[in-house]
Design a protein around this ligand. Structure first.
Ligand code: MOS
Length: 746
């Protein structure tokens, strides 16, 4: 048995084989005997009310069991507390629940639900439900809602204030030697994971089991329990395989509770799968946004003041904005900052977390403005960043728990070949293509869980271990790092550790959101693994039959499935011998990590540097990303392969953000006009350039026991800005609207 440390190795995903061979079971693939299928009828209007529903024809379809609407739908028991699921609590997004009255707040709102014995019959009957509406004027875009803007007290599920200020930004801007100001428009974006959301609801007496695609099984449990008025202990959520999410399965939307209500109503298991089109209006999106950013600086490019305003639509029931203003106040040393959110009520589903929620948009605005400042003062863009390097957290002055950004800049510049760059825009050609390079900073906060994180580790008498946590793995590789962390704690090879996750029957860990999943889960698994190891060692040193009898526990080491004395490796025994002698089938231990909570005396963030080279064909309006380099400092890297894949995925998404992704609203109707994978443009492999990813290791003793800062989102932050800055360098034209379309470039 090998005893080399497993943490950090580029091990294959534990779920990889099952996923690529089709053996992995997704939520819609659970079909208990007698399962019925639900199909939603969604409002084609964005505002108004339902005046009549005629379900006669739908009910006459063979196999149809029920048609539910606000006339027949059970009333929800309570609206859950609006606490983001990072706390493991009931989730935001449920302050509105459909089919409780006749109001229509947004296009795509479910107004009826058909349940039938087959998916085809349910879908067919849903088309036969006749719904009459009284339509009212809808507000859906910034152009329509700008006049009704207000400043919310708090946003982002109540977690972030509507205004952040330190110093005196107004005076600093008024007195600044150099001033840059720009208005930016960012189109709405949608997540589009491969697997659309789905829930299969099964009641057994008063107990409900939900097979649900979610980033947080516990958050689903608590939310659905509150909506249905059922004790949480009677709701079990299973989330074995989840086919991507990017934030759209972080909040708990309507469909799990609708499936549960339907299953109760027809007294049979019910499966509700959202269609691809329904995904565009059922689980949130990144909202349309307008930013105005003003930078004040000295002639040398040292920032003196930043003022940032963001205007965006929110729903009629939640004050939601993605916090794009926060990263702007976090990135550079600047004594004066003012960041303000403005919202207006629109006929839209509540927007939600979407990968690097706020950071991706805020960094685009700040980092293209910094590029503009670099040109204005005649300083290299990378040098400008170094002149404004934040040695401590801006605003609070707290020391960073760790940073490593200087090292990221240096390593990225070296890999990319930044040195000696000719700043002159619009002068390099490669055939028909204008060529340019750009760079940007990446930052993503390190969120800490707020409640105890638990895992269980069990060693069987055959020497194999099982480690369990309730969290789901929605494609990030968290299950794989559980295996590595447990293997090291127990001194076992990775393949002797089996992982189980994605089930509320297992010890609870936080929802995998905010790039915090691997930090929380690794802390819990490490705690469980070391607790089990200590138990085994304690048992050995107390066992007269053990070669370790009488030894001090602290002097005992573990490796290769064996316990031995640190200074006498030949004295020891295998776990299996200890367990056999004790006639124990297995030994298990629960591990718990109690996070320090948000009141840290440290600033905590993950940093990185992004570089991009583009070619622009000015005659055809085409922008092609030719290569990208990203270097990040994510603390302890648990698995170099999965971490690199996460970071690369984020960087590639930067191409989508910069050049392609936009959801368009049908004018006057408030509907998403391109709600399909064919019409919502995404980068594909043919758009993917050579992407170089590297990591700078920094030690962090603050964030969590293993010093893991997370890689899920930071790879996207700054990627679009690096591309847009490269477009400026290629063409001499500054683009402030995303995506940078062919029409805009022409
Ligand atoms: Mo992430 S956008 O917090 O799921």
């Amino acid at each position: 048995m090998s005893s080399a440390p497993q943490i950090g190795l580029p091990l294959d995903r534990v779920d990889g084989h099952a996923k690529i061979t089709g053996a992995a079971r997704y939520s819609a693939e659970h079909t208990p005997p007698g399962t019925a299928y639900a199909a939603l009828v969604c409002a084609p209007i964005a505002s108004g009310r339902v005046s009549a529903i005629d379900a006669k024809e739908a009910l006459s379809v063979t196999g149809v069991l029920a048609v539910l609407s606000h006339l027949s739908m059970p009333r929800i028991a309570a609206r859950p507390n609006l606490v983001p699921s990072l706390a493991g609590a009931a989730a935001h997004g449920q302050s509105f629940f459909p089919m409780q009255d006749d109001r229509v707040h947004y296009a795509g709102q479910p107004v009826a639900m058909v349940v039938a014995d087959t998916l085809e019959r349910a879908g067919h009957a849903a088309e036969l439900v006749r719904v009459d509406y009284v339509e009212e004027p809808a507000v859906a875009t910034i152009e329509q809602g700008r006049d009704q803007a207000y400043e919310p007290e708090r946003i982002f599920g109540g977690f972030i204030p509507g205004r952040t200020e330190y110093g005196d930004a107004e005076s600093a801007l008024a007195e600044a030697e150099v001033r840059i100001e720009g208005t930016f428009h960012l189109a709405p974006n949608h997540h589009n994971p491969i697997e659309p959301s789905a829930t299969t609801a099964v009641w057994e007496d008063s107990h409900l089991t939900l097979y649900d695609a979610t980033q947080g099984p516990t958050a689903t449990r608590l939310t659905v329990a509150e909506l249905l008025g059922v004790p949480p202990s009677q709701v079990r959520v299973v989330s074995e395989a989840v086919g991507g999410s990017f934030g759209c399965k972080a909040m708990i939307w309507h469909h799990p509770a609708l499936a549960a209500f339907a299953a109760q109503y027809v007294r049979a298991p019910v499966k509700l799968s959202l269609t691809r089109e329904q995904m565009f209006h059922s689980c949130g999106h990144r909202e349309e946004q307008e930013h105005t950013l003003a930078l004040g600086a000295t002639r040398d490019g040292v920032l003196t003041g930043i003022r940032h305003r963001k205007l965006s639509p929110t729903s009629h029931f939640d004050d939601w904005a993605e916090p794009s203003v926060s990263p702007v106040g976090q990135m550079y040393a600047c004594p004066n900052f003012q960041g303000v959110y403005n919202l207006f009520r629109a006929n839209t589903m509540t927007p939600t977390f979407m990968r690097a929620p706020g950071e991706a948009s805020g960094a685009f605005v700040l980092e293209t403005s910094m590029d503009e400042l670099a040109y204005r003062v005649g300083v290299d863009p990378l040098e400008l960043r170094l002149r404004n390097y934040a040695e401590t957290e801006p605003g609070t002055g707290r020391p960073w728990s760790s940073k490593g950004l200087r090292e990221c800049y240096a390593r990225g510049a070296e890999l990319f070949g930044w040195a000696g760059r000719d700043p002159e825009p619009g002068v390099r050609r490669d055939g028909d293509w204008l060529v340019g390079t750009g760079m940007a900073t990446a930052v993503y906060p390190v969120y800490s869980a707020m409640n105890p994180q638990r895992a269980r580790a069990r060693l069987h008498a055959d020497g194999r271990a099982v480690v369990e946590t309730g969290c789901s793995d929605f494609g990030t590789g968290v299950g794989t790092v559980m295996q590595q962390v447990a293997a090291d704690a127990l001194g076992l090879p990775a393949d002797a550790v089996e992982v189980r996750y994605g089930d509320t029957d297992l010890p609870n860990t936080v929802a995998a959101v905010g790039s915090a999943g691997s930090g929380a889960v690794s802390a819990a698994v490490h705690a469980a693994g070391t607790a089990l190891r200590d138990r085994l060692i304690a048992q050995a040193v107390a066992d007269e039959g053990s070669p370790l009898y009488g030894a001090g526990p602290s002097g005992v080491r573990v490796a290769g499935g064996r316990m031995f004395l640190g200074d006498r490796p030949d004295v020891g025994e295998d776990y299996t011998d200890l367990l056999r002698r004790a006639m124990a089938f297995d030994v298990e231990a629960l591990g718990e990590w109690n996070p320090p909570g948000p009141q840290s005396q440290y600033g905590m963030g993950t940093f990185g540097a992004q570089f991009a080279e583009v070619g622009v064909d000015p005659d055809l309006g085409l922008v092609r990303v030719r290569r990208m380099t990203g270097v990040f400092a994510p603390g302890r890297v648990l698995n170099r392969k999965t971490a690199r894949s996460q970071l690369m995925g984020g960087m590639l998404w930067g191409i989508g953000q910069a050049l392609l992704e936009a959801t368009h609203v049908e004018p006057g109707r408030g509907r998403w006009a391109n709600a399909s994978m064919a019409d919502y443009l995404l980068p594909v492999n043919a758009d993917a350039p050579d992407v170089q990813v590297d990591m700078v290791e920094v030690e962090d003793r603050v964030v969590n026991p293993l010093g893991v800062k997370g890689v899920g989102e930071v790879g996207l932050v700054g990627a679009a800005a690096a591309i847009a800055n490269a477009v400026f360098h290629a063409t001499g034209r500054r683009f402030r609207d995303l995506p940078i379309t062919v029409e805009a470039v022409l």
